[in-house]
Design a protein around this ligand. Structure first.
Ligand code: NAD
Ligand code: UGA
Length: 466
């Protein structure tokens, strides 16, 4: 059978759909790729010089392919009708209502996409679940499609989870450790898997494309994120011991990580992990375990989240204690608001929680981030799910376009994101304009603490007694 494809489309033009399809379009010049979204705003931005997401290296590739074989459109139905293969890349946030509230993944966008495909498709389609979903979601998608299929139209549903990380998405997509494809173990299923393999094999070596059954593939995505998040909670748990004992968490991480069975990556202690996925996916798995009547397994993974919450709270508490047990009316500069460097994404950023704990105590915050807009900072801090008094937050928080200005006249600096530019600021100059004693709280272990202490700073960091 012919495995080649000439038209594909993507539902959901977010952090995953946008970059993934851009790379596919770049690597498969003979395939027409249409990325769709319901949000006119997002699509307009993808079609402009100001892309809706900041991702190093992406702009150039979008510019090179856009309106050649890469299109961005709100006409989702038209794109679905024309495509032979459809990626579902919609968001799957944690449910904030009803059954499984606060834990289960909300699949309403995935289901809406599936129903829409079934409504308009007049030819057979391969439907690829790229969004991160609970195990067996592909089966639900398949049921919806098959219950509504028109005469002569057939569907194959594949699982093809995405492993890119924000800030490094282009490189992650160009050089993936592996591409994972799950499908039905039937002749038609295997053919569909082959078609998707054909797309990736334009640039990914065959041996790096792993195929397996659909459920293994779905679970592997949750497992990978859970293992990654668990490493961070493990090293952060060590950081608490270090602070009490005089051990240094960086040294411990180095010693542990040189064991090749453990490996040295992803062992950086921090103020806590953030991002749209780690917490969501671990909670998703916790919920799945509870539904499967596996309470011990659920409790095991829940602890990864508990330690992360503890770490964010612990860092804020140390700030308050160090500042003589009160931050009320004190001025604190917060450096970094995104959940990691090289992205403007703030979803579940540890900075949000640290800022909340500090404003709860009445601190005046002066926030600087190189990529996050004022609007986003305020919308995160006044989000009704965690803020009772938005007017008070607006009084207490100011954003600054420049780190030196933000630090001017403050009692303390709080580093929440590991942006490279924070390591090269002129801290002597900053020190001179701060109130004394001047404090630095390094939540990312990125600064030269010895040098800062020489300048005169009181330095407090994660996982080390200074
Ligand atoms: P996102 O919120 O940035 O993008 C999702 C987009 O889907 C939104 O623009 C939304 O408007 C659109 N959408 C929702 N319903 C739609 C519909 N019915 N028709 C058309 N468009 C619709 O989300 P994201 O960060 O790209 O994540 C998408 C999925 O990928 C999630 O399941 C996530 O867990 C997973 N994932 C994310 C990352 C990451 O780094 N962000 C990495 C791997 C996997
Ligand atoms: C993560 C995974 O790395 C991706 O493989 C996955 O595809 C993605 O989630 C997803 O499913 O959404 P992402 O959240 O974009 O990617 O970024 P990471 O680099 O994993 O960082 C997550 C958080 O952990 C950040 O807040 C980061 O600062 C923190 N972190 C990371 C640490 O505190 N220490 C570390 O050693 C590494």
């Amino acid at each position: 059978a012919d495995m080649t494809l000439s038209r594909i489309c993507c539902i959901g033009a977010g952090y995953v759909g946008g970059p993934t399809c851009t790379i596919i379009a770049d690597k498969c010049p003979d395939v027409t790729v249409t990325v769709t979204d319901l949000s006119q705003d997002r699509i307009n931005q993808w079609n402009s010089d100001n892309l809706p997401i900041y991702e190093p290296g992406l702009d150039e590739i979008v510019r090179r392919r856009r309106n050649k074989n890469l299109f961005f459109s709100t006409d989702v139905k038209k794109a679905v009708i024309e495509a032979e293969l459809i990626f579902i890349c919609v968001n799957t946030p944690t449910k904030n209502y009803g059954l499984g509230k606060g834990r289960a993944a909300d699949l309403k966008y995935v289901e809406a996409a599936a129903r829409m495909i079934a409504e308009v498709a007049n030819q057979s389609k391969i439907v690829v679940e790229k969004s991160t979903v609970p195990v067996k979601a592909a089966e639900s998608i398949s049921n919806i499609l098959k219950a509504n299929q028109r005469l002569g139209v057939q569907y194959q549903v594949l699982s093809n989870p995405e492993f890119l990380a924000e800030g490094t998405a282009v490189n992650d997509l160009l050089n993936p450790d592996r591409v994972l494809i799950g499908g039905e173990q039937t002749k038609e299923g295997r053919e569909a898997v082959e078609s998707l393999c054909w797309i990736y094999s334009h640039w990914v070596p065959r041996e790096n494309i792993i195929t397996m059954n659909t459920w293994s593939s779905e679970l592997s995505k949750l497992a990978a994120n859970a293992f990654l998040a668990q490493r961070i909670s493990s090293i952060n748990a060590m950081s608490a011991i270090c602070e009490m004992t005089g051990a240094d968490v960086t040294e411990v991480a180095h010693a542990v990580g040189t064991d090749t069975r453990i490996g040295n990556k992803f062992l950086k202690a921090s103020v806590g992990f953030g991002g749209s996925c780690f917490q969501k996916d671990v909670l998703n798995m916790v919920y799945l375990c509870e539904c499967l009547n596996l309470p011990e397994v659920a409790a095991y993974w829940q602890q990864v989240i508990n330690i992360n919450e503890y770490q964010k709270r612990r860092f804020a508490n140390r700030i308050i204690e160090s500042l003589f047990n009160t931050v009320t009316n004190k001025k604190l500069a917060v450096f970094g608001f995104s959940f990691k460097k090289d992205t403007g994404d703030t979803r579940e950023s540890a900075a949000i929680y640290v800022c909340k704990y500090l404003t709860d105590e009445g601190a005046n915050l002066r926030i600087y981030d190189p990529k996050v807009t004022d609007k986003k900072i305020f919308s995160e801090l006044t989000n009704p799910l965690m803020c009772e008094d938005p007017e008070r937050v607006k009084e207490l928080v100011t954003t600054y376009p420049d780190p030196y200005e933000a630090a001017n006249g403050t009692h303390a600096l709080v580093i929440c994101t590991e942006w490279d530019q924070f390591t090269t600021l002129d801290y002597s100059k900053i020190y001179q304009k701060m109130l004394k004693p001047a404090f630095i709280f390094d939540g990312r272990l990125i600064l030269d603490h010895e040098a800062l202490m020489k300048i005169g700073f009181q330095v407090v960091t994660i996982g080390k007694k200074l």
